[in-house]
Design a protein around this ligand. Structure first.
Ligand SMILES: Cc1cc2nc3c(=O)[nH]c(=O)nc-3n(C[C@H](O)[C@H](O)[C@H](O)COP(=O)(O)OP(=O)(O)OC[C@H]3O[C@@H](n4cnc5c(N)ncnc54)[C@H](O)[C@@H]3O)c2cc1C
Length: 511
């Protein structure tokens, strides 16, 4: 048994990284365990062939689906977790997302805490991650006490033109809230250089507020915090009663080592946190740790995500395209009284990214020309928590048993958006796009994974209590996307970060 700590945090993504940053000033003895390494700063960071076609920063692990078909997950293991490659679109859930909502495909359940409980932490998370935006334009925006501290990221001319055209149609385009370190007034003082390799790419110049740059690297200045990289947590061991985690078994350079702490926080991302608990069976926890309810791994959600590329005659010379979003269809549309979802711009797609979808292109149109004329969109609709949509271990292999649900919401949204793009002359040719994923197996796109250890007041139907502590294990917490009872239809990371700060405050009192 190696050293004892006040707290061990497993994982350095949106959840673990933000929590480490919150706790570091406490002076408590903190060990952060991360299975990956620091993502190298190298030219390949900005090479679309390396990033998208060769999936340089994705794991080569092989998972499987419910029919035991092979999955190559679109996820990576490194310091900062998936925030290293995220687009930095940091949204608050809407107030109504915390309530029970009837969708076309079923019920999105009520959260045990409400928007008002998260609001102060949303404020703080936006500050920490330097989110740029403008209050008062998004018709679904939740109440906020003050405008964003950082000004919105300006549109380039083609996007401004689209903004006007959408507004002419009676829609309410707004500035996408973005966590990038861009100073448009004084570019010499700006880390971000407003380039075309942001969304989906790691940032070579530290211009993106990911959890490595924003949280882990500053937290490492504290003498009381130790980060071990290349440290893959294999299992958690418990006391004879099963009520406390007494050991964290870690594989480092092929050797197993065990650390202990008063408090252990699992923050491996929704899929891997469930996997770690399921793998940590003991006599007291025969179904996996903290899984007396049989809820660990269930209610796995990942959003219904899709990309649409609208190619028109008008060139689109935008460099940093990802600045505009639309929520007019978030709660539905005339004739469809159910939520549909959210639309935002993608980073500018280039020919090396388009090649993944080339067969769908109109004949004769060169990829390069197509990319120079395309405007590229990301669509998200809510998927609903289902007990049968679950993460399991089969012969120690990660298995995602997932069947799409609430699909009508996404279909409606994508048809509506196609129609809108044509109506504003931004989509003579519309191309569905499988960006980010080498193969068109939708399940491998687990970017927005949430919900496998949901929080709640009833230990029979939830894994975590309201402080994200396991109902059944006194010193075990899960602080990442796992705790979501429903997924909403905006990007999840700001809620994961805000929740990490909320739980951090609870832990500070407890410590
Ligand atoms: C291409 C892409 C674009 C995205 N864009 C956006 C966006 O614009 N806005 C948004 O809100 N979200 C976006 N996301 C999603 C966002 O990245 C995730 O919501 C977020 O990172 C999840 O945080 P997390 O803490 O739950 O998990 P992660 O960030 O995945 O962190 C988990 C960490 O745990 C580590 N780990 C896992 N297992 C172990 C183990 N056994 N032992 C030790 N360490 C372990 C991992 O290496 C990782 O560092 C995007 C994701 C992708 C892939």
């Amino acid at each position: 048994m190696s050293e004892h700590y006040d707290i061990i945090i497993v994982g350095t993504g949106a959840g673990g990284g933000t929590l480490a940053h919150r706790l570091a000033p406490s002076g408590k003895k903190i060990l952060v365990l991360e299975r990956g390494e620091f993502l190298p700063r190298e030219k390949a960071n900005w090479d679309a062939v390396e990033v998208f076609q060769k999936e340089r920063y994705h794991t080569d692990e092989i998972w499987q689906d419910k029919d035991r078909r092979v999955l190559h997950p679109g996820t990576g293991y490194n310091v900062g977790g998936n925030t290293k490659v995220y687009g930095g679109a940091l949204f608050r859930l809407r107030e109504r997302d915390f309530e029970q909502i009837t969708h076309h495909g079923g019920i999105s359940p009520e959260w045990p805490l409400k928007y008002r409980d998260f609001e102060p932490y949303y404020d703080q998370a936006e500050q920490l991650y330097q989110v740029h935006g403008q209050q008062g334009l998004d018709p679904t925006e939740p109440a906020r006490k003050a405008d964003y501290t950082f000004p919105p990221i300006s549109h380039e001319p083609r996007i401004q033109d689209i903004h006007y055209r959408l507004a002419d149609k009676g829609l309410n385009p707004f500035y996408l809230p973005l966590a990038i370190r861009l100073n448009e007034v004084n570019q010499l003082m700006s880390d971000c250089i407003r380039c075309n390799t942001c969304d989906g790419f790691p940032c070579m110049v530290k211009g993106k507020s990911d959890s490595d740059i924003t949280c882990i690297q500053p937290a490492m200045n504290a003498d009381n915090l130790t980060l071990l990289t290349g440290a893959m947590v294999r299992r958690l061991k418990t006391s004879a009663s099963g009520k406390e985690v007494t050991g964290v078994e870690v594989e480092i350079e092929g050797e197993l080592e065990t650390f202990s702490a008063n408090i252990v926080v699992v923050a491996c991302g929704a899929i891997n946190s469930a996997v770690l608990l399921l793998r940590s069976q003991t006599d007291q926890h025969p179904n996996g740790l903290a899984n007396g309810s049989d809820q660990v791994g269930r209610n796995f959600m990942k959003h219904q995500n899709g990309a649409i590329v609208g190619i028109s005659r008008k060139p689109n010379p935008s460099v940093f395209q990802k600045t505009l979003a639309i929520n007019d269809y978030y709660w539905g549309e005339e004739g469809f009284d159910y939520p549909m979802g959210h639309v935002q711009l993608l980073g500018k797609v280039n020919k090396d990214m388009m090649v993944l979808d080339a067969p769908k292109l109109s004949p004769g149109m060169a990829l390069d020309e197509a990319a120079k004329h395309s405007v590229d969109w990301w669509l998200t609709a809510e998927d609903l928590p289902e007990a049968t949509n679950r993460v399991r271990l089969q012969d120690d292999k990660i298995t995602l048993e997932y069947t799409d649900n609430n699909t009508e919401a996404f279909n409606r949204l994508s048809n509506r958006w196609t129609h809108v793009l044509k109506s504003i002359e931004c989509g003579d040719t519309i191309m569905p796009c499988s960006l980010y994923f080498r193969k068109r197996i939708p399940l491998q796109g687990v970017a927005h994974q949430v919900g496998t250890c949901r929080f709640g007041t009833d230990p029979k139907t939830s894994v975590l209590d309201l402080n994200c502590r396991a109902h059944e294990v006194d010193n075990l917490y899960v602080v990442d996307g796992s705790f979501f009872p429903s997924s909403g239809a905006v990007n999840p990371s700001l809620t994961i970060m805000a929740n990490a700060m909320r739980v951090g405050d609870h832990l500070l009192k407890k410590l």
